[in-house]
Design a protein. Structure first.
Length: 87
């Protein structure tokens, strides 16, 4: 029965992991999450798929809007890097 499988939405505070958070879509998602009151952890490898300076500008903009490191944490690296993810 489908109704038995539906999980109720979580309401309230969330800490959300956004991979690729320095890119256009990821930084836009991160900004929306922060604006609604959630905390955000960004992990981005900062590859050169497009201009890394644009990605740095996206992160700088987010940090300017949300300077509290408890609300916004940024890690530069690959999500597949186990050492990075253990820290």
């Amino acid at each position: 029965n489908y109704e038995e499988l539906v999980i109720a939405p979580h309401v309230g505070y969330k800490k959300v992991l956004v991979t690729g958070g320095a890119g256009f879509v990821g930084s836009s998602v991160a900004e929306a999450l922060l604006a609604r009151g959630d905390d955000v952890v960004i992990v981005d490898e900062m590859n050169d798929y497009y201009d890394v300076r644009m990605k740095e500008n996206n992160l700088n903009r987010l940090r300017t809007l949300y300077p509290d490191e408890k609300r916004l944490a940024v890690y530069r690296g690959d999500i597949c890097d186990e050492r990075l993810m253990d820290d």
